[in-house]
Design a protein around this ligand. Sequence first.
Ligand code: URA
Length: 249
Amino acid sequence: MGLKRLDKLIALHCNVSRKEARQLIKDAAVTVNGQRAMRAEELIDTETDDVSVKGFNFTMREHLYLMLNKPQGVISATTDPTKATVLDILPESLRRRSLFPAGRLDRDSTGLLIITDDGAFAHRIMSPAHHVYKTYEVTLSDPLDAAGVAALEAGIRLADGTDCLPAKVKTFTCEGTPCAEIRIREGKYHQVKRMVAAVGSHVEHLHRTQIGRLRLDPALALGDCRPMTDAEVAAVLEDPAEEAEPQLP
Ligand code: URA
């Protein structure tokens, strides 16, 4: 991104006007590389300079990438006339006009959702052509049998004739409840629920744990979010087949 004026960058990253950005600088709310910022026109190297506003540290990347542990009851959309969206639950300091969820989780689903303003990155996550695996842990009404697992792994046809790409499936029980870890690399409407229904069970709860090689940070409680590191952004587009086997409960 190169060199940018400090007030312009603050306006962009904090979703405030240039005038408000200058006031933040006057109010001693801004530091650059640990020193109080004095001049709105100071030039910031967006690759290397470290800017904080009210103690919140910004890496001045062109795009923002947030990891959210989505709770139940909010929808994966930017706006809705009646229901709360995933953007409504972001802390004020992280809200920006251009953010949107990169992919969808159903209203009653929980877990890893990336919120970003990077359209090209979101497209890569969502497009089946890019083979980004999403990993879901589901609790089930009935255990999946070997034939059901084999059908899902071969690529199942849903009740309405939709064909799904082959999935990766592991079954286990959690405190006596039948569960499965299901990995898919596409995101059709209610896909996991419909795949499970097609092999005679029912998803009681669905939680996304991983996208590519990015795992949901276990320190994030439901409803919490935080900016992602550069390594985490890169991990999203990496193949989980190349990592160590995930630890199932
Ligand atoms: N598949 C579903 O059925 N629901 C989700 O929320 C995500 C994947």
